[in-house]
Design a protein around this ligand. Sequence first.
Ligand code: HMG
Ligand code: MG
Length: 300
Amino acid sequence: MTAIRIVEVGPRDGLQNESARLPLADKVRFIDALSKTGLREIEAGAFVRPDRVPQMADSESVLRRIRRARGVVYSALVPNEQGFERAVDAGADKAAVFTAASETFNRRNINASIRESIDRFRPVVARARRMRLPLRAYVSTAFWCPYEGKVSPAAVARVARTLLELGVQELSIGDTIGKASPSDVRRLLDALLKTTPAKTIFLHFHDTYGMAVANALCAWSEYRITGFDASAGGLGGCPYAPGASGNVATEDLLYALKASGADVPAEPKAVAAAAALILARLGREPSSRLGRLARGAAGR
Ligand code: HMG
Ligand code: MG
């Protein structure tokens, strides 16, 4: 049985959209709790413009203060060389560049065309290779763009191929606004897998319409995709993707995969408990199924 690989994006994607400034200690506590669950990779922050995403402005301090667990990779989002240098200085084990399959979203998100953004990644790829630092690349709006509507699988496959040829080792294919259904997943994977090996692909589902778990199960059971991004507690959203809700909740995704017979890296309940810590600090009720169950059981 092939093991499921999860990139826990809660501390980055989960928190980047929060308007209230969360204290550094709470972020560190959240990551430290996640580190004890068995999850093997945690995206701990983003080295973007602090004025564009204020919640991530303290990512340097977050990375410096977390208690690193053995065997856990602590990665960070970087838009360009400047972000990469900041991430490396702060001790990130891995970096993730990001672009999109639709021009309008990319322009609004990172102020560049797709081509320009990939050009900005060239020096990052070269630096990462020299340092032997693993590099992933996100392809946002792989199903739907909040500004342009439906995105064609061919456009995604083109960007994915360019990024792999450039030298990134891993792709995260994003349903940024959480609108994809299993039939969209099939259409995309039918096209993408012609040129992109399944082992390089992670799928990144936001859960706006409640389809994320179904999408992941479809990709795993029908296409043998084993890499998924998820966010503890189902927090998240992109400030430049209006209407998008959080990522698929890690605990719900783990539960669904495990119940379907997959080999998962962490216990769903342990992740729900880590999520409860940050939800309490944010004053939020849990939105994940498991979080609600745990809350209900505690209240009985
Ligand atoms: P820009 O304004 O085009 O950059 O921003 P620039 O190169 O023209 O520089 C302008 C100023 O920004 C300069 O400062 C630079 O030093 C500074 P000045 O000289 O004016 O004082 N600057 C930086 N400062 C700190 N760190 C940096 C950096 N780069 C430039 N790395 C940029 C381009 C991409 C930086 C900007 O548009 C930005 O930060 N955007 C934020 C994008 C973002 O974080 N979006 C959310 C994450 S993406 C997401 O959520 C989707 C995902 O989850 C997958 C999915 O769901 O699909 C990944
Ligand atoms: Mg996202």
